[in-house]
Design a protein around this ligand. Structure first.
Ligand code: G1P
Length: 297
């Protein structure tokens, strides 16, 4: 997905939590942020930023922590690099680099301790004010024709209520997700009545898992501020949304598109193969290479 801006939407700001330690990716993430791991030719976080920008987001707040400076440098202007590319006539890549830093207004806040997703969002809450905000988790990479976040903003504009990205997962994997209990309203749309964070399979109310895309309203942020630590002793966004959904309308949108767990070694490998095959420059050569491999049954 290239960066194509869509403007004048009612959701203008997005939070991207990026303070996690990336333990699932060790040793690769010992000294480098997991958000900077590369998928074909871009760091993972650039894909979510592009999805946000293509959905009309104008301001992106990245919640970082220690050892995450590379993220700030990536979205900043790289003066020396741009001069060098300009002087050597490498205009195509120069335009690409300029596109990254010009695509949105970036700002950064730190989460001093890993106290959960809900806590990470609260670290950015003072920058939001009285307006809705999108939240995108970088581990969830979604390949879709229309950006998933854009469809969720359409739903927010229709209902003026929080919208949670969802998709169906196998019961073997359900313990890794927030899980939704809800009433189907129309194709791909549910009214949420309850949520539970990472349940055991027998506790899960459905196979509809929360994926890392949310539109939150100021009321949800208010509730989150009062939410006590839950699963794993962390402040869970799922718990804040659960409290909200029990008393006011809250919706879940079952995403259209292919979702990869890019925070996982196998997930990133799968995404690499599929995105590599689609690459206009070398996709065909890569396909020929894969076909040439001898697979033993
Ligand atoms: C977070 C949320 C969880 C959600 C998941 C989606 O968990 O807490 O509700 O299902 O993202 O990727 P994490 O994977 O960060 O532990």
């Amino acid at each position: 997905m290239a960066i194509h801006k869509k403007t004048s939407r009612s959701v203008r700001k997005a939070i991207i939590p990026a303070a996690g330690l990336g333990t699932r990716f060790l040793p690769a993430t010992k000294a480098s942020p997991k958000e900077m791991l590369v998928l074909v030719d871009k760091p993972l976080i650039q894909y979510v930023v592009e999805e946000a920008v293509a959905s009309g987001i104008e301001e992106i707040i990245i919640v970082t922590g220690r050892g995450k400076r590379a993220i700030e440098d990536h979205f900043d202007v790289s003066f020396e690099l741009e001069e060098t590319l300009k002087n050597s006539g490498k205009n195509k890549i120069l335009e690409q680099l300029r596109g990254i830093s010009n695509s949105a207004k970036f700002c950064y806040v730190r989460q001093p301790q890993a106290l959960g997703l809900g806590h990470a969002i609260l670290c950015a809450a003072h920058l939001i004010g009285d307006e809705p905000v999108a939240v995108l988790l970088g581990d969830d990479l979604i390949d879709s024709e229309t950006p998933v976040l854009s469809k969720m903003i359409d739903l927010y504009e229709r209902f003026k209520a929080p919208v949670i990205g969802a998709h169906r997962v196998s019961m073997d994997d359900i313990h890794q997700y927030g899980v939704i209990s809800g009433e189907p309203l129309e194709k791909r749309l549910f009214r949420v009545s309850d949520l539970i964070e990472k349940p055991a399979p027998h506790e899960a109310p459905s196979d509809i898992a929360v994926i890392g895309r949310y539109i939150l309203t100021p009321e949800v942020l208010k509730i989150l501020k009062k939410t006590k630590p839950g699963k794993n002793g962390e402040i869970q966004l799922t718990d804040g949304l659960k409290t909200f959904a029990r008393s006011a309308p809250c919706y879940a949108y079952e995403i259209e598109g292919k979702r990869y767990d890019a925070g996982d070694k196998l997930g990133l490998l799968k995404a690499t193969v599929e995105f590599g095959l689609k690459n206009p420059e070398f996709g065909k050569q890569f396909e020929d290479f894969l076909k040439s491999l001898q697979f033993h049954q």
